[in-house]
Ligand binder design. Structure first.
Ligand code: ZN
Length: 491
């Protein structure tokens, strides 16, 4: 990196340091922080966010940037740094600082209000806060929009650069067209349902720790903890934190949450360490991030080849629950598809329909064609229409996800994109190596190396569009995903 860029990078170290501190607060508030901490902690978070804003948006940054922009023949890192910075800079520069701070303060208490409303299954407790969050998002998106750009497209771009409603509308339309009939076919020929299996939380912790390590999670640079709603947070590649969730009667839920989050975590841990505490650190777009978790959870994690070498270990850990169940029976259980109410518990086939519901509602919220108060009713109607099931209360309906409480609008589509990207990368990987053979031998190293080389190491230096093009030789192509689902569930 040449001098002008190094200077810019040094000037921005404070932004990254504050970013790491905020990531830690965010992880803490959903795992260990006591219930009553939110009121005061949110104030501290608001102040730190304001500091971060100030460290990023100032004349020195502008001057350094201008100097860098004059350089020619930029390398990958230089190009990436300038791209990431310009995005953040332009995004924040258009927002009044006081409003931005007020919004961050609001967001810091959003999740705790949501938790309470969810516990009481009462949307009206959450609605006033959500209304404010929606208003901020609409206003900020309008302020940031380029001429002619729709507010929701601004938000979509925050999570996956270069992806818009124009691309997503046909993508979801195709999924709807293909999945709804396939789901009907599958529901007419159901696989056996897993019975309740009592497995002690202590034993589950032990097995899940093994699983995370098996997938490749490095415990010397990471932590595995517990929460209501599993997630992964990374401060930098040497401190990556997973929070998973165990149910006493449903060990499979914990198993696949852990594999999923380990996929996210592996990505964070395999980013080039030279990017740590710079704007290039951490994983790239959310859709790409989600492709890594879904690749491990679904594409390989639910396959026979993956479980062959380790199913015995599962049986040994829980002899009463799995001792008499052959591997084939286990595979049928974990690949069963059926419409259900809860997104995080949804199977691979119906998952994208849950996202479709949220995509459509977010679009309408941002366009103002649906109001916050109307959400529970609109939610239930869409579930009836696409999945054929209706929530009995807000807790299993509109209140089930934390995302909106954290201000994440435009994020949900990246889950569906993640599945599609995972299928596209998998097709490419299979052309280059005997993936199944490696899995059967319990050798995940070549798979991790493929992902490190093509995806992980680049952090934010390359966009998803670039990574897909350079790795697979083509642009985003939903066809691989549809083909994958048809093949797997048609069977
Ligand atoms: Zn995920």
């Amino acid at each position: 990196m040449r001098e002008s860029f190094q200077k810019l990078q040094e000037h921005l170290e404070k932004v990254s340091a504050l970013g790491a501190a905020l990531a830690l607060f965010s992880w803490d508030s959903e795992t260990l922080a006591p219930k009553k901490a939110a009121e005061y902690t949110s104030k501290a978070v608001g102040i730190l966010s304001g500091e971060m804003f100030g460290a990023l948006i100032n004349d020195t940054t502008k001057e350094c940037m201008a100097r860098c922009e004059q350089e020619k023949d930029l390398d990958v890192e230089e190009k990436g740094l300038l791209r990431v910075l310009k995005r953040q800079f332009e995004e924040l520069e258009k927002l009044p600082r006081e409003e931005y701070e007020a919004y961050q303060t609001l967001l810091a208490k959003g999740p705790s209000v949501w938790y309470e409303a969810k516990e009481k299954k009462d949307f009206s407790l959450f609605a006033p806060v959500l209304k404010e969050i929606v208003e901020y998002n609409r206003r900020f998106a309008a302020l940031r929009a380029e001429k002619g750009q729709k507010p929701y497209d601004v938000l979509l771009g925050d999570y996956e650069e270069g992806f818009t409603m124009e691309m997503l509308d046909p993508f979801f339309a195709e999924l709807k067209k293909e999945i709804v009939p396939l789901l009907r076919h599958v529901e007419e020929n159901p696989l056996p349902k897993a019975p309740l299996r009592h497995c002690s939380i202590e034993k589950q912790r032990e097995f899940n720790r093994f699983l995370a390590e098996y997938v490749g999670f490095d415990f010397e640079r990471g932590v595995l903890s517990e929460t209501e709603h599993p997630f992964t947070d990374g401060l930098h590649s040497y401190d990556v934190r997973i929070a998973t969730h165990y149910f006493e009667d449903n060990p499979e839920s914990g198993i696949f949450s852990t594999i999923h989050e380990s996929g996210h975590a592996l990505y964070e841990q395999q980013v080039n360490p030279a990017y740590n505490l710079t704007l290039l650190g951490g994983g790239g777009g959310c859709g790409l991030h989600e492709s890594q978790s879904r690749f491990f959870e679904n594409v390989i994690g639910r396959s026979e080849a993956f479980w062959k070498p380790i199913y015995g270990k599962l049986q040994d850990t829980f002899p009463e629950a799995y001792g008499s169940l052959p591997l084939e029976g286990f595979l049928q259980e974990i690949n069963r598809a059926q419409a259900s109410l809860i997104r995080t518990e949804a199977d691979e086939l119906t998952y994208s329909l849950h996202i479709l519901v949220r995509y459509e509602l977010e679009k309408e919220l941002m366009e103002g064609t649906v109001q916050v108060e109307e959400l529970p009713r609109a939610w239930n109607e869409k579930y009836r229409e696409y999945l054929g099931v209706v929530p009995q209360n807000d807790g299993e309906g509109v209140l089930q996800d934390i995302h909106w409480a954290s201000g994440l609008f435009g994020y949900f589509p990246s889950y569906a994109l993640g599945s599609a990207i995972a299928s596209q990368l998998f097709a490419c990987m299979k052309r280059q190596m005997p993936v199944e053979e490696y899995l059967e031998k319990g050798n995940l190293l070549p798979i991790r190396e493929f992902l490190r080389e093509h995806v992980h190491q680049w952090g934010k230096a390359k966009t998803t569009v670039e990574i897909l093009r350079e790795t697979t030789g083509e642009d985003f192509n939903a066809g691989y995903y549809v083909q994958y689902l048809k093949e797997k569930f048609g069977r």
